[in-house]
Design a protein around this ligand. Sequence first.
Ligand SMILES: Nc1nc(=O)c2c([nH]1)NC[C@@H]1CN(c3ccc(C(=O)N[C@@H](CCC(=O)O)C(=O)O)cc3)C=[N+]21
Ligand SMILES: [Mg+2]
Length: 277
Amino acid sequence: MAIILDGKALAEQTRQRIAQEVTTLSRQPGLAVILVGDDPASRLYVSNKEKDCAQCGFKSFEHRMAADTTEAELLALIAELNTNDDVDGILVQLPLPKHLNEEMVIQSIAPEKDVDAFHPYNVGRMSQGKPVFLPCTPAGVMAILKAYDIDVAGKDCVVIGRSNIVGKPMGMLLTQANGTVTICHSRTPNLAEYTKRADILVAAVGREGLVRADMVKEGAVVIDVAMNRNAAGKFCGDVDFEAVKAVASHITPVPGGVGPMTRALLLENILTAAKRK
Ligand SMILES: Nc1nc(=O)c2c([nH]1)NC[C@@H]1CN(c3ccc(C(=O)N[C@@H](CCC(=O)O)C(=O)O)cc3)C=[N+]21
Ligand SMILES: [Mg+2]
C-alpha cells in the first residue's frame, strides 16, 4: 500500500515555520488580493488565503470589485498597489470575468510583487533556472517530494497536462531537478504507454478517472494536481485513488495533497517578497 503524501500536514508545518520567521522581521509582510465579481468558489479560495495570511502574521488587503469592472479600473488599482509600500504581494484571483484580458492584467503587476509567478518576467526567469518566485502549484509539488526524500535526479517523470500554470512549469522544475521529463496532453496517442514508464507521474488535467491503476508502474510516485467535483459534489483528482494506491509507492490525496501546498507556497513567496524589500 502506498504512503500517503500528506500535503495538509506539510502545509501546516510550513505556515508555522513562516509565522515564526515573521516575528523576526521589522515589518509585517502584506498581500493584496483582488477579486472581481462574486463567484462563490473564488470567494471561498480568497477567504482561505486571508486565513492563511492571518496565521502567518501577514497583513491582507482585500479588494472586491464588481463583476462589470472595466479593465481601466482594474489596471488603476494594480498600479496603485504596485507602488504601495505596505503591499509585498499582489494576487488577482483567476479566472477573471470574460470581458477582462487576463494576459494584460497579469502583465501590469510589478514582477517583484507577482507572488503567483504568472508574469512573463517570472516565467522567463524560472525557465532560465534563475527564479525570482516559483509558481505555487509546481513548487508545492517539489516541496512535497523533498519533504518525503523522493529524489528526482535520474527518474523518468511524466506530466499529464501542459497548462501555463501547472503542466509546463512542472516539467521545467522536474527538469531542473535532473529528472527526464515527458509532457503528455490531449493529443498524446496511447497515454498509458508513457504513464507506465513513469517513476514520478504528475496528473494535471481536470478529468476524474483519467489515471487508472493499469496505467501506473509498480512503485511509482503519483502526484494528483487536479481539483474536480465528482457526481456527489465532492472534490476528487484525476487519479483513481483507491485503485492506484495499491500499485504506487507514494500518492497524494485530493483533497489534502497538492492544494494545501499551493497555498503554503504562496505564503513562502509573500515572505520572500517582503524580505527582499
Ligand atoms: N491568481 C490565482 N492564483 C491561484 O493560485 C489560484 C487562482 N488564481 N484561482 C483559483 C485557483 C485554485 N487554487 C486553489 C489552491 C488551493 C486549494 C486547496 O487548498 N484545496 C484543498 C481543498 C479545498 C479547501 O479545503 O479549501 C485541498 O486540495 O485539500 C484549492 C484551490 C488556487 N488558484
Ligand atoms: Mg478573460
